[in-house]
Design a protein around this ligand. Structure first.
Ligand SMILES: Cc1ncc(C[n+]2csc(CCOP(=O)(O)OP(=O)(O)O)c2C)c(N)n1
Ligand SMILES: [Mg+2]
Length: 373
């Protein structure tokens, strides 16, 4: 049971919605979840954090091409993914490996993707997840379109949650996607990960609006700002938004925009050096809000977790990540012609010609000639 007054009906410029404060004390109504579900959330957050650490290390050792770290963003990813029903759809950006894992995308696939394998892009069918979208905001109109298609089919049992960053709100695709969703009243949840930075561009340079959430008002539906480092608050607002998308009350609009206020602790990707544009002091300030110790303290204070169980969880996630790395690294490396295989069902003439030319060069020069020194 959620609060009696929908949290979504708050003014998006009010203080952001929060359930756990920064030291893990409950300051709002805790969602009525089974203890094991709460432990599951905690485990997934720890797993995402450990995976992240190992993935950055693999990239540094030359065992992976590039990688976008998620540390700091676990509460938003895991809290929102836990709020979805099985038939809902997730439309991610490129940093959503934690949320994707909850949906059933194995860690091995995420590793394969960033190692350059096409196989990393094919999710298990039952996971209901779109492929990674790298062009900023391009996934937003796709999410609106998919939700609209579902509505036109009269399905009424699926919500479509779309993730994007603060930087994406400056793109035309953001406006088009949300405007269309408002007009056609599509079953969407637009989940903005406001992590304060778009690579080196700070949030203040994206918009003069006081909040990003209030942009929803212009599109005619609700927007809410939530503490994105509080997994319980993220769960609650996403749950309400998902329910409303599928089953709105009289006079309610289906779409919602959630602005989850958070911080990425690491670099934008392994190709970025954040020390050139932000102070260590700022990072330290946000580290005080770390979602993992916050949930851990709360669960311990409720007697749901103790040190022994935490140790067991840590051991099991380390083994799980090690297995995923072994599986990914023992997959045969992709062959160069795979580049041409999956973008089109039938290659357009232009690409067919490039493909033939490429094959000819491979035959003449050998694959070694294409490798970097
Ligand atoms: C259309 C487009 N323009 C530029 C880029 C290069 N680029 C990659 S990530 C990024 C910043 C995105 O910031 P934000 O939307 O806040 O997402 P975050 O990575 O912080 O989650 C940019 C400009 C891109 N991928 N696509
Ligand atoms: Mg950002």
């Amino acid at each position: 049971m959620g609060p009696t007054v929908s949290v979504l009906e708050r003014d998006p410029r009010d203080d952001m919605y929060r359930i756990l404060d920064e030291d893990g004390t409950a300051v709002g109504e805790v969602p009525d979840l089974e203890e094991e579900t709460l432990v599951g959330m905690y485990r997934h957050m720890k797993l995402a954090r450990h995976f992240d650490k190992r993935a950055v290390s693999l990239q540094r050792q030359g065992r992976m091409g590039t990688y976008p770290p998620l540390s700091g963003q676990e509460a938003s990813q895991i809290g929102s993914a836990y709020a979805l029903d099985e038939d809902d759809w997730m439309i991610p950006s490129y940093r959503e490996h934690g949320g994707a894992l909850v949906r059933g995308l194995p860690l091995e696939k995420t590793l394969l993707y960033w190692m350059g394998h096409e196989a990393g892009n094919s999710a298990p069918e039952e996971a209901n997840i779109f492929p990674v979208a790298v062009p900023i905001a391009s996934q937003i109109p796709h999410a609106t379109g998919a939700a609209w298609a579902s509505k036109l089919r009269g399905e009424d049992d699926k919500a479509f949650i779309c993730y994007f960053g603060d930087g994406a709100t400056s793109e035309g695709d953001f406006h088009e996607g949300l405007n269309f969703a408002g007009v056609f009243d599509t079953p969407n949840v637009f989940f903005c990960n406001n992590n304060q930075w778009a690579i080196s561009v700070p949030r203040e340079r994206q918009t003069k609006s006081e909040t990003l959430a209030q942009k929803a008002t212009a599109y005619g539906f609700e927007g809410i700002q939530v503490d994105g480092m509080d997994p319980l608050a993220v769960y609650e607002v996403t749950r309400e938004a998902v329910e409303k998308a599928k089953d709105p009350d009289e006079g309610q609009r289906r779409p919602t925009m959630i602005e989850a206020v958070q911080y990425r602790f690491g670099a934008h990707t392994t190709a970025d050096d954040p020390s050139v544009y932000r102070d260590e002091e700022e990072v330290e300030r946000w580290r005080q809000k770390d979602p993992i110790p916050r949930l851990e303290t709360y669960l311990k204070s409720e007697g749901i977790l103790d040190d022994d169980r935490i140790e067991g969880i840590q051991e099991s996630i380390e083994a799980q990540v090690a297995d995923a790395i072994d599986a990914a690294e023992s997959t045969a490396r992709p062959t160069p012609d795979e580049m041409f295989e999956s973008a089109y069902a039938e290659l357009p003439d232009r690409l067919q010609k490039q493909y033939e030319q490429f094959e000819q060069l491979r035959e003449e020069l050998g694959d070694e000639a294409f490798l970097e020194e």
